[in-house]
Write a protein that binds this ligand. Structure first.
Ligand code: PEP
Length: 256
């Protein structure tokens, strides 16, 4: 079963940038010619979201890279979903491998964050993915399904969720998954959603791939039927490359 959702490309800027480099990237993105039938979202560091919101074309939506688990208050250093809404930030990335494996966020914590963000009308890019040793041990599906279950235990409104499959061994390493490797997991996750959530959610949800996607490899990946777009780290910091990745939707159309 292939997905029926609109192509989606997100740019995760991670902990990169200065006011000047953000301004340059926004200028490049504003000047880019983008295919119309793609949802595009960029995720700057929190402190630059306001700058990006006030200078970036409305064609591109803005995401945070994290959010607090509940209502704001005495939580030093955190940012709440209500605050994201206040500055017009419509999305948040949750479950990114860097937050799972470097910061130590666990499945349940991530699931609860997703539920709270959705309750405040902040849409969620829900990341899953296996470590290299998990893939080598034949546990890729087990790991991805366990991470999906944690999201499913908390999420009721899947209309505002995009799932990002990001094998940890492919993130920031230059070792992109082959189109076949990505397609295999995307199809399995879609099937898991069909059985464990609903056939409607399974067919309408976008399942995007992340991990060393660049301007050169995006077209082949985009052709796969269950790859509904990309989450892009390094290459999203270069406006023209990010635009090429967004426009890889054209190779999907040719393949269809
Ligand atoms: C990411 O961090 O979401 C990511 C996919 O990074 P990169 O494209 O740099 O591998």
């Amino acid at each position: 079963m292939a997905g029926s959702g609109k192509f989606f490309v997100g740019g995760n800027w991670k902990c990169n940038g200065t006011k000047d480099s953000v301004s340059k990237l926004v200028t490049e993105l504003n000047a880019a010619t983008l295919e119309p039938d793609v949802d595009v979202v960029v995720a700057p560091p929190f402190i630059y979201i306001d700058q990006v919101k006030s200078s970036l074309t409305d064609r591109i939506e803005v995401s945070a890279q994290n959010v607090w688990i509940g209502k704001g208050g005495a939580y030093t250093g955190e940012i709440s979903a209500e605050q994201l809404v206040d500055i017009g930030c419509q999305w948040v990335i949750l479950g990114h491998s860097e937050r799972r494996h470097i910061i130590g966020e666990d499945d349940e914590f991530i699931g609860k964050k997703a539920a709270y963000a959705l309750s405040q009308n902040v849409k969620v890019i829900a990341c899953i993915g296996e470590l290299l040793e998990e893939r080598e041990a034949g546990k890729t599906f087990d790991v991805c399904f366990k991470q999906m279950k944690a999201f499913a235990d908390s999420i009721t409104n899947w209309a505002d969720v995009v799932v990002a499959y990001e094998p940890v061994w492919a993130i920031g390493t230059g070792k992109v998954a082959t189109p076949e490797q990505a397609q295999e997991v995307h199809a399995a996750v879609r099937d898991w959603l069909k059985t464990n959530v609903s056939p409607d959610v399974a067919s309408s949800i976008r399942i995007i791939y992340g991990g060393s996607v660049n301007a050169a490899n995006c077209a082949e990946l985009a052709k796969k039927e269950d790859i509904d777009g990309f989450l892009v780290g390094g290459a999203s910091l270069k406006g023209p490359d990010f635009a090429t990745i967004i426009n890889s939707v054209t190779s999907k159309k040719v393949a269809a």
